[in-house]
Design a protein around this ligand. Structure first.
Ligand SMILES: *[C@@H]1O[C@H](CO)[C@@H](O)[C@H](O)[C@H]1NC(C)=O
Ligand SMILES: *[C@@H]1O[C@H](CO)[C@@H](O)[C@H](O)[C@H]1NC(C)=O
Ligand SMILES: *[C@@H]1O[C@H](CO)[C@@H](O)[C@H](O)[C@H]1NC(C)=O
Ligand SMILES: [Cu+2]
Length: 242
């Protein structure tokens, strides 16, 4: 049985599904907002903003489908904060995740594909614990309605070329298995002034997620009294051991 709230939210979502989705087209760095898909790979959904549902698709690597040339690469220092401007706002509820993948031997951020077990999760957000009434879902997911998101490059990360992958997973209709909506993008970064961090564990896309993961198949509108028990999907976060 679905709660009234779940049905209401699902119905509202169906109505607005083609107009209200979101992409991450602009890199933000040291006060500059770069033009669309400068240092960010142009995503498969850059025009229609469609969600990705297929957890077995290589599109999950960088939300690209191979139709567009890769952009340039931005130089940043380990420990710097970079951001992604959202096209509109993150209008669905769910976790925000960041991953990085280092370019291999004779690869660059522009030439690497993101295939294989190369990804390390560097951040994730759980829902927050609040006494706000159930209906005010705004307060439960820290990035709900966000117009931009930011991430610190791990200060101990070793110097080199990387993909930085942002991912938002919308869970408003995830009470049906497979109805998780994935949105994201990859920035191409050259990280300088790095440290001696040893990242891990590594994961791959596809491969990191299954449609019956507890964090991907759940009713976030029902029995939602214990948000601290939410399990963000994918591997644990690596954070320089901090
Ligand atoms: C990739 O995405 C673009 C834009 O959405 C689309 O025009 C193109 O047909 C897609 N190519 C493939 C191989 O799916
Ligand atoms: C609600 O969640 C709690 C904690 O996971 C669980 O113990 C309880 O059985 C759940 N109640 C219902 C009605 O699903
Ligand atoms: C993840 O991001 C949040 C919000 O920016 C920040 O407070 C937190 O310290 C980060 N966690 C790690 C492990 O970097
Ligand atoms: Cu949606």
């Amino acid at each position: 049985m679905l709660s009234f709230l779940a049905l209401t939210v699902a119905f509202a979502t169906i109505i607005s599904t083609t107009t209200a989705h979101y992409t991450f087209p602009n890199l933000l760095y040291k006060g500059t907002q770069y033009p669309d898909y400068t240092y960010i790979r142009r995503t498969w959904n850059y025009q229609n903003y469609y969600p990705l549902f297929d957890l077995t698709s290589p599109v999950l690597q960088c939300f690209t489908n191979g139709s567009f040339p890769n952009p340039g690469t931005l130089t940043v220092s380990a420990g710097d904060t970079v951001g992604f401007k959202v096209s509109g706002r993150i209008i669905h509820e769910g976790p925000l995740l960041f991953y990085m993948a280092k370019a291999g031997f004779r690869q660059t951020a522009a030439s690497m594909t993101g295939a294989g077990a190369v990804w390390v999760k560097i951040n994730e957000t759980k829902p927050v614990i609040t006494n706000v009434p159930e209906e005010l879902e705004l307060y439960k997911w820290p990035y709900y309605n966000a117009a931009e998101v930011h991430i610190q490059i791990p200060p101990c990360l070793s110097t080199g070329d990387y993909l930085l992958r942002v991912e938002h997973i919308a869970l408003h209709i995830a009470f049906e298995e497979g109805q998780h909506e994935f949105f994201g993008a990859c920035a191409q970064l050259k990280v300088v002034n790095g440290g001696n961090g040893v990242p891990g564990p590594y994961t791959s896309f596809p491969g990191a997620y299954s449609s019956n993961d507890p964090g991907l198949f759940l009713d976030i509108h029902r029995n939602w009294t214990l948000p601290e028990e939410y399990e963000v999907p994918g591997p644990p976060v690596w954070s320089c051991g901090l």
